[in-house]
Ligand binder design. Sequence first.
Ligand SMILES: Cc1cc2nc3c(=O)[nH]c(=O)nc-3n(C[C@H](O)[C@H](O)[C@H](O)COP(=O)(O)O)c2cc1C
Length: 197
Amino acid sequence: MELSVGISGASGAPYSVRLLQALDELDDVKKVHLVISSNGVTLLKQEMSIRLTAKSFKVSQLLGRNSSKIQFYDNMNFYSPIASGSYPTAGMIVIPCSTGTMGAVAAGASSNLIQRGAEVALKERRKLVLVIRETPLSAIHLENLLRLSNAGAVILPASPGFYHRPAGIPDLIDFVVGRVLDQFDLPHNVGKRWGKK
Ligand SMILES: Cc1cc2nc3c(=O)[nH]c(=O)nc-3n(C[C@H](O)[C@H](O)[C@H](O)COP(=O)(O)O)c2cc1C
């Protein structure tokens, strides 16, 4: 399958990097179309010391290795394949998803490629997974989330559980990323499953 991944400017950059690593390793995933907002770039630097610019983007800076599977697009590139519903993908993941991006998608007001990709996923009835990160949530956030859920999006908050006794932050990251992969029925070993040794 082919998937789109958007990284927006919410806290949680490590979730996006871990997801890309996992997708890169999965045989079922043939291509990943990647878009990063300017604040997504800011958060990658703030939280992971990863320094990217659209012009000098290298997958190895994100993954620590090269990948021919990951295709990067500028967030204003509406000529990219994922800006059109005629290009077949299994859907899109926005991870982390800021309330700003979430609100724009809820309003159907796409002004960049992440928002357009999400809009396309909804209109084509493809899977759209929004890994939102904000707390507390206002009534506006909640109304937007309900609107998106009613339109078919999966709202998957970056909210790891603790019942599997995480040994550290990597376990918390894997908890969330594993749930994202589950949404696409991808067989994986990311994170522990309840009831499984
Ligand atoms: C250090 C930092 C942390 C932020 N954390 C969050 C966050 O957790 N959730 C959120 O919705 N926005 C957060 N923001 C605000 C968004 O980056 C901002 O609303 C931005 O306009 C979102 O644009 P984008 O969705 O195109 O990336 C943060 C901004 C900065 C600089």
